[in-house]
Design a protein. Structure first.
Length: 142
């Protein structure tokens, strides 16, 4: 009975609106907490700066985004087409509000051949929770 209760609790947590969802085992993407994500943003990941990809809706982005983030709305009908036009050789840090949509975006990006992916699975909610800054400047957009 205890296993059933724990299992039900785990499912409830995963399905709750504020739940962070890490990428599944076997994926190429690497989960990072907001502290590590901030370090990636500040230092870059290698020779070229990391691409910060915000997959929230434009309305959500207007409320604040990580400075320099490119917005490609996961819910837009042209999401996959817009991703396909992006440089697959770059390193991407992908985030959304709480990690649910960014996990789905990571799945799509891997299928399209993106190789270097970081998933900020705590989302912008976790970013704000740490007191890290957001900008309301809506540019750039992909």
């Amino acid at each position: 009975m205890r296993r059933i209760v724990i299992g039900a609790l785990a499912v409830a947590l995963l399905l709750s609106p504020g739940a962070s969802v890490p990428v599944p085992a076997g994926t190429k993407a690497r989960d990072v907490k907001v502290d590590e994500a901030r370090a990636l943003v500040e230092q870059g990941a290698g020779k070229t700066p990391i691409v910060i990809l915000d997959v929230r809706t434009p309305g959500e982005v207007a409320e604040g985004r990580i400075a320099g983030a490119v917005n490609v709305d996961l819910q837009a009908s042209d999401f996959e087409r817009r991703l396909s036009a992006m440089d697959k050789s770059r390193t991407y840090l992908v985030y959304c509000r709480t990690g649910n949509r960014s996990r789905r975006a990571i799945d799509t990006m891997e299928r399209l051949g993106f190789g270097s992916l970081y998933h900020m699975y705590e989302g912008v909610v976790g970013w704000q929770g740490k007191g890290f800054p957001l900008t309301k400047n809506l540019e750039p957009r992909a």
